[in-house]
Write a protein that binds this ligand. Structure first.
Ligand code: NAD
Length: 500
């Protein structure tokens, strides 16, 4: 067990003012991985004060973009150098496999490089053509100020990077509050940023629970922007707290993501195999604990039976175990509570008439699967319909529901019948249909004949209750900026609006 200093304020690592600490648990076996300080509202106040001072009086907001870009590049290089160690930490803390942890680190380094290049290549602002030789008018971008960044447990490092990289590129200072369940890699990231040369007070971290620490940050008068990734219920609370201070708010929330498969995508053996294979990835990677998990399969009725049979056969073969063990393809769930919630969803679906094709239970222990770990079998529920709770609510577990359609309009109507709107996919061999359906789907990301890839250059975010604002891409940088119009009169004269 390691002791971590999880609170970093004004350039110093320290314990919580209360002296309290929390044990961080490895979900693969329930053992204690580390102890981190359990911050309280008073630690959040200290961190905001440090970030405020670094913004108001420190060098970072005025550091030339090229220098900020150089620091982000140094951070990316340190991330790449520390890939194996960070992947191991992420695997132990979240349960994901080492391969997934390593891929996360690559994506994190990419985000830092992307924002370094974006901000490094920018010009000084947009000159407005006023048509007058005596007026110079320019629109410039400035950092928003102190940013409170609140992140979820499932992709700790990745979600932190989507906020930290653009926040720093834009010249802000920040306080990050990672999930109290999985803070370790975010602590490591802040350490790495200080190693890269970030001035004291620019990057602050407080490890502690959503309430009071996250809530305090969201409401704090010294905070200018709140960027939150997590569940809908917490996101609404954060938005309410931030509203009183008229802060900028960005919310990346949950999803209930449709994976729409037309029969023509399965017309060849290769097409069928690809669509089934990707449906497995969509639903079961990281045990389905992914905001964009394709947990809702919407398949054309004529291919349902064959598709579901193959899907269930392959789902039953997924090698479940400790994420760090050789040959394991899928790790545990994050907690006993999350596993119970998933089992409850499955039970309610069966009570409502769903047909279990595979899974639906805790697997037997094995050499790679300790009895004390929070494992749950990949589960396929056939004959589902949109009235079912399991189809309407985000499960956040390894559960795939199957619904069917008979024509394009019905497929689109089903795909859009959710209060969320984060991501979805359409599988078809018909290019015209692919584009039609993709345009009609009310989701922030739509994949055609693919599932899950995203690009740092392309915006990520949700329609509906999946959120407000965008991360990644140019819009992900714009979130962290204020826009200012500077109008310069080169020949000022009285205007004599008032005669006297
Ligand atoms: P969560 O809402 O329980 O917690 C998220 C963060 O909010 C944590 O740091 C938590 O401590 C904090 N928090 C909780 N209550 C708070 C409050 N009252 N005030 C301030 N902060 C508070 O979510 P989670 O279980 O960690 O993550 C899973 C959720 O995150 C899922 O719904 C998933 O879909 C979503 N998610 C979304 C995206 C996306 O890109 N849209 C990415 C990853 C995860």
């Amino acid at each position: 067990m390691r002791a971590e200093h999880g609170i970093h304020v004004g350039g110093e690592w320290r314990a919580a003012r209360s002296g309290k600490a929390r044990e961080i648990v490895d979900p693969a076996d329930g053992s204690t991985l580390a102890r981190v300080p359990e911050a309280g509202a008073e630690d959040a106040d200290d961190a905001v004060a440090a970030a405020r001072a670094a913004f108001d009086a420190g060098p970072w907001p005025h550091t030339p973009p090229a220098e900020r870009a150089a620091l982000l590049h140094r951070a990316a290089a340190l991330l790449t150098a520390g890939r194996a160690e960070l992947a191991l930490l992420e695997s132990h803390d979240t349960g994901k496999t080492l391969a997934e942890g390593g891929a996360d680190v690559d994506c994190v380094a990419d985000a830092f490089r992307y924002y370094a290049d974006l901000v490094g290549a920018e010009d000084a602002g947009r000159v407005v053509d006023t048509g007058s030789a005596t007026v110079h008018s320019v629109v410039v971008h400035e950092p928003v100020g102190v940013c409170a960044l609140i992140t979820p447990w499932n992709y700790p490092l990745l979600q932190a990077s989507w906020k930290i990289a653009p926040a720093l590129a834009a010249g802000n200072t920040f306080v990050i509050k990672p999930s109290e369940i999985t803070p370790l890699s975010t602590v490591a990231l802040v350490r790495l940023l200080t190693e890269a040369g970030l001035p004291a007070g620019v990057a602050n971290i407080v490890t502690g629970p959503g309430d009071p620490v996250g809530a305090r940050l969201a409401a704090h008068p010294g905070v200018d922007l709140v960027s939150f990734t997590g569940g809908l219920v917490s996101g609404v609370k954060v938005a309410e707290l931030a509203a009183a201070g008229v802060k900028k708010v960005a919310l990346e929330l949950g999803g209930k993501n449709p994976n729409v498969v037309f029969a023509d995508a399965c017309a060849t053996d290769e097409g069928f195999d690809t669509a089934v294979d990707q449906a497995l990835n969509a639903a079961f990677i990281h045990s389905g604990q992914v905001c964009s998990a394709g947990g809702r399969l919407i398949v054309e009725e004529s291919v349902r039976s064959r598709f579901v049979a193959e899907l269930a056969r392959r789902a039953a073969l997924i090698r479940l175990g400790r994420g760090t063990a050789d040959g394991v393809e899928c790790g545990p769930m994050i907690s006993a509570a999350q596993r119970e919630r998933t089992a409850d969803h499955v039970a309610s679906a069966l009570a409502e008439g769903a047909v279990l094709r595979t899974g639906g239970k805790v697997p037997p222990p094995s050499e790679v699967r300790p009895a004390t770990g929070y494992f749950y079998e990949p589960t396929v529920l056939d004959r589902c319909h949109r009235g079912m709770r399991v189809v309407r609510e985000e499960v956040f577990g390894p559960v795939l529901t199957v619904e069917t359609f008979t024509d394009e309009d019905e497929a689109v109507a089903l795909a859009n019948d959710t209060e969320y709107g984060l991501a979805g996919a359409v599988w078809t061999a018909d290019a015209g249909r692919a584009r039609r359906v993709a345009r009609r789907m009310r989701h922030g990301t739509v994949w055609i004949n693919d599932f899950h890839p995203y690009l740092p250059q392309a915006e990520w975010g949700g329609f509906g209750k999946s959120g407000v604002g965008r991360e990644l891409g140019p819009a992900g940088l714009a979130e962290y900026r204020e826009t200012k119009h500077v109008y310069q009169n080169l020949a000022p004269r009285p205007v004599r609006w008032f005669a006297g």
